[in-house]
Design a protein around this ligand. Structure first.
Ligand code: SF4
Length: 344
């Protein structure tokens, strides 16, 4: 008789403690007609100093999940179940002010549009020094020195002069460098970067990712990097969580996931980075599109797009199952699956 492996939590490395622990997170968006589920039973951890990539198509729930972690869910979205711990402290139930302090000091954000983070009316220097002074007891001139140093670190030429310029006086790529400096100026322990390079020219994207990664490493910050681009993940992350229809389809060390993706959706995503070879039967594209929140299929949400579908996939929702060094939410990894009936 076939026995399903038990779902397990995300793999742990003994080297560093968990900095962020998300457990059973469910985010709902109530509407007049239904309660939509944007994030459904998501669990993962990020260790101190680690880069976790979160990848998936638009509508997979990754940005809403990032907003939930930061306490920035837009109403009527709300956390309906689960918990979020930061440094062993539960943060999803904190009052707004307490969470705002954590956001300013311990968790920083880099958004797709730099102008979300920068005030166009103030020089970048004023914004950096004010942020530094809010969270440290540095004097005005010491904070300014630190701001100049950070701008140099992120690769702004003539930083001691440019610090007195306004955001609109920088190019898009340079503005995003300023935002990275702003995100790191209080030495946060976690940086959540949501599509930090999507709005930039392709030629600039790699530079910005390199700057983000180097600075976070130098400052000892962990990173949660949210992107639709598997190529960015491949170059940057230690581990990757692949999201589909609000759930984690696959999670594991990035090298393993790239070399041997275990979920058919990940296999399809890998088709977008042909330069990186892997030895599985590769889809070059995934037919169909991410389901709307109002139309998430029963069983495995990927089943309408999956070339390996069996009856069970339409009926039963797969939990994350251990496969090699990774975990995948796919019944294919249960013995006997391929012999199952293919039609309902
Ligand atoms: Fe495909 Fe079934 Fe696996 Fe879902 S559970 S990805 S439908 S094989």
């Amino acid at each position: 008789m076939m026995t399903d492996p038990s779902p397990v939590s995300a793999p742990q490395a003994p080297s560093a403690p968990d900095l962020l622990a998300v457990s059973g997170l469910r985010v709902e968006i109530p509407t007049r007609h239904a309660r939509l589920v944007a994030v459904d039973d998501v669990s993962f951890t990020i260790r101190a100093g680690e880069v976790l990539g979160v990848v998936g198509e638009s509508g997979a729930g990754k940005t809403i999940m990032g907003a939930a972690i930061m306490g920035l869910l837009e109403p009527p979205g709300r956390i309906a179940a689960g918990s979020i711990h930061f440094d062993d402290r539960r943060i999803d139930t904190l009052p707004y002010e307490a969470m705002r302090r954590i956001r300013g000091r311990d968790i920083s954000m880099v958004f797709q549009d730099p102008l979300t983070s920068l005030n166009p009316l103030y020089t970048v220097g004023r914004q950096l020094t004010e942020t530094i002074r809010t969270h440290t007891d540095l004097s005005e001139s010491a904070a300014r020195d630190r701001a100049v140093g950070l701008l140099q670190e992120v690769g702004i030429p003539a930083a001691d002069r440019r610090i007195d310029h306004y955001p609109h006086q920088f190019s898009g790529g340079m503005r995003q460098r300023v935002v990275i400096a702003l995100a790191l100026c209080v030495n946060p322990r976690l940086v959540i970067a949501d599509e930090p390079t999507t709005a930039l020219d392709v030629s600039i994207q790699a530079q910005i990712i390199a700057v983000l990664k180097r600075l976070c490493r130098d400052h000892g910050a962990a990173v949660m990097l949210i992107t639709h681009d598997m190529g960015v993940i491949a170059e940057t992350a230690d581990r990757v969580a692949v999201m589909y229809a609000g759930r984690i389809a696959e999670i594991g060390p990035v090298r393993d996931v790239i070399k041997r993706p275990r979920h058919p959706y990940t296999v399809g995503l890998m088709g977008s980075i042909p330069a990186i070879g892997h030895d599985t039967d590769q889809l070059t594209q995934i037919d169909g599109s991410m389901p709307r929140l109002t139309e998430i299929p029963t069983g495995c949400a990927f089943h309408p797009r999956c070339p390996y579908i069996r009856d069970r996939c339409r009926r039963d929702r797969p939990e994350l199952l251990p496969v090699g060094a990774s975990q995948a939410a796919c019944w294919r990894h249960v013995p006997g699956f391929d012999e199952g009936p293919a039609h309902a």
